[in-house]
Structure formats: C-alpha cells, structure tokens
Design a binder for this molecule. Structure first.
Ligand code: ZN
Length: 203
C-alpha cells in the first residue's frame, strides 16, 4: 500500500508535559478477509494490563539499531511487522498484532482498534493492550525519545481507559518463552517506562 503522505497526527496535550503526537493508522491495516475466522472482540472494561514489546523478532535482520528518522521509514517497518505477523505466522484473522507502536523518533502510532483482540502475549491477548517499540532491545538501548514515547503511549492508554493498569514486559507474563522487550536493561527497564507513564499521565 502506498504511504499516505496526507496523514497528520492528533496532538495530545497533557498539562506540564511535552505534546504527544498520535498518528491514527487503523485504516491502513486490513482486518480479516473472507474465509478467515471472525474478528475477535472485547470490551475496554476487559483490559487490565499493558504489555510492552519490541518488534525485533518480526523484522528482518540488520535493523537492530533502527532510528526511524522519517515517517516513511516507520510506515515501512510497521508494514513489515504486519506482513510478518500475517504471512509468516499465519495470523487468523489477519490484523496488526499490537495496538500502538512507539518509534525512536517520538511518534506514536495507533494501528488496531483497541476493541479488537490482538496477538502479542499468548493466553493474555483479551485482557492486554500492546505497546511495541521498533528495534531489538536485546542488543541496543531504545533512544531517550523512544523511551519517553513508550511511557507516553502507556499514559495515553490510561487516559483512554480512565484508569491505571499495570505495565508489564512481555517476558514477565505467565508462561512466555521470550526475552521481549529485551534483556539488556535488567533490572528495571519496564519500571522506567512506568515512571515515565506516571509523569505523562499526571496520576
Ligand atoms: Zn513481545
């Protein structure tokens, strides 16, 4: 699909904080096609945790230190993640596995309606929302701006839900065999995101 150059972000202002630019790209990713399973749905009241991820395992090798200078590069990366989830892993029905993507350049992307159940933490997808960072955080650190927008994305979810839910690295959910979202920050990487989220959300 061509890159939509007319897309513009919605600027979210939380008093006392830098603005968060949220790019709504839900229209970009096809959800389900004839012959696939029905689209799995949930109520927002069922969401009680945020899972944070990196996208390293989806994307081609060689992009571990992704820095996403341009909007186009981010779009290409999300498109590749979408293809990897749907074509390589046979996601059924097809959809974006995550809810939000946090880019190292500070852009935040909304790619799947939160009422549609994603595919990112086995056994916990109905109750968990996903924020995924671009990059392989087993080998490189996220940028500071990337870290800020990771937390900012979680704050946006809290404010959207009107309540606070725990923020947990994918690897800490029960019975997951993954190091996602990376293990070079141990200990405290997810806690750092939570601190940033608290600062952004103001509660
Ligand atoms: Zn993950």
């Amino acid at each position: 699909m061509p890159i939509d150059m007319s897309a513009r972000p919605r600027r979210i202002m939380i008093p006392g904080n830098p603005p968060i630019d949220l790019w709504d790209l839900r229209h970009r990713y096809l959800i389900g096609v004839p012959g696939e399973r029905p689209i799995p749905r949930r109520e927002l009241s069922q969401i009680n945790e945020i899972a944070i991820h990196h996208d390293a395992s989806w994307f081609d090798a060689g992009d571990n230190d992704y820095n996403g200078t341009t909007f186009d590069e981010d779009i290409e990366r999300m498109d590749a993640d979408y293809r990897a989830a749907n074509d390589r892993l046979n996601l059924n029905p097809r959809r974006q596995p995550y809810d939000l993507y946090a880019s190292p350049n500070g852009r935040l992307y909304y790619v799947k309606d939160s009422r549609i159940i994603g595919a990112h933490v086995e056994g916990h997808n109905t109750r968990a929302m996903a924020v995924c960072g671009f990059g392989d955080f087993t080998s490189v650190w996220p940028s500071l701006v990337g870290l800020a927008i990771y937390g900012g994305g979680c704050a946006v979810i809290w404010r959207g839900l009107w309540r606070k839910v725990p923020i947990t690295g994918h690897r800490y959910f029960p019975a997951q065999s993954t190091v996602c979202p990376g293990n070079v920050f141990r200990p405290g990487w997810e806690a750092l995101v939570e601190l940033v989220a608290q600062r952004f959300a103001g509660f």
